[in-house]
Design a protein around this ligand. Structure first.
Ligand SMILES: C[S@@+](CC[C@H](N)C(=O)[O-])C[C@H]1O[C@@H](n2cnc3c(N)ncnc32)[C@H](O)[C@@H]1O
Length: 247
């Protein structure tokens, strides 16, 4: 079976617009039926093309900032005969969205949480506030949730799945007025903290082990580790230990 270079661990299986990774399959499940989707950082365009092939969405924009993935998305759309329903645009972040697209859902997946936050923040002018955001950060979930809170987005759903030895989070949010999350909720995810799924607990057990090792390395380090950094990791170890203590 040919191996395709893809994000993180997705090298084992031939993935395309017909066979999505489990990660993109779970993202797809949060796109409302009949949506007009903007998939930002679409790369090969698999997500919008798969959803359109299934008849789940009404229209889509596949946005890409880089030329090679932009061409790849164009090819996927063309080969599936979907040029009239999916527009592929070369553009930075939400600048790929135009008012006439009447977008109702935006997916931004497979990037760091800080990158997704920056895309949302610098593209605010392109948001009507009516869109559902379906975000799949690879790390950096805390700053992304912080941005959502500061911009009046309520987190409607959170998922965590493990695929090819990587943990992936999916955050679904809609603008709904002021919302306050505690520091721990921003760190762990407000809904994940309540649901305490096996995938969630497994992820935090692994992170706890790693952070405890880091703290012991700090203690043995010859060079001085900044006190602020040590305290931050010690605080995270305390939070995670408290979270797991309720098991
Ligand atoms: C790792 S791929 C993820 C592709 C797909 N979304 C997925 O989850 O499988 C990230 C893609 O985002 C694109 N990208 C990164 N920053 C972007 C930005 N500011 N605007 C649009 N696309 C961006 C990259 O060019 C790359 O193709």
């Amino acid at each position: 079976m040919p191996k395709v270079p893809d994000i993180r661990g997705e090298k084992e299986q031939q993935l395309n617009e017909q066979t999505l990774s489990m990660r993109l399959e779970r993202v797809a499940a949060h796109v409302p039926a009949g949506a007009r989707l903007a998939d930002i950082g679409s790369d090969h365009g698999y997500l919008p093309v798969a959803l359109m092939r299934r008849g789940t969405i009404a229209a889509a924009v596949a946005g890409e900032v880089a030329l090679t993935p932009f061409r790849s998305a164009e090819r996927t759309v063309r080969e599936n005969g979907l040029d009239s329903q999916i527009t592929v645009r070369l553009g930075n972040g939400l600048a790929a969205i135009e008012p006439q697209d009447r977008i109702t859902a935006i997916s931004i997946c497979g990037m760091g949480g800080e990158t997704i936050r920056d895309i949302l923040d610098s593209g605010k002018a392109h948001l009507s506030g009516q869109e559902r955001l379906i975000l799949q950060p690879n790390g950096g979930e805390q700053p992304l949730r912080q941005w959502l809170m500061e911009n009046n987005y309520c987190i409607l759903c959170e998922e965590l799945l493990r695929e090819n030895r990587f943990d992936y989070e999916i955050i679904v949010a809609e603008r709904a007025g002021p919302v306050i999350y505690s520091d721990e909720e921003l760190y762990f995810g407000p809904l994940q903290m309540q649901a305490r799924s096996p995938a969630f607990l497994g992820k935090w057990r692994r992170i706890l082990r790693h952070k405890q090792q880091t703290l012991s390395q700090f203690a043995r380090a010859r060079q001085e580790v900044p006190e602020e950094k040590r305290q931050e990791i010690a605080r995270q170890v305390r939070w995670i230990s408290e979270l797991l203590a309720c098991e």
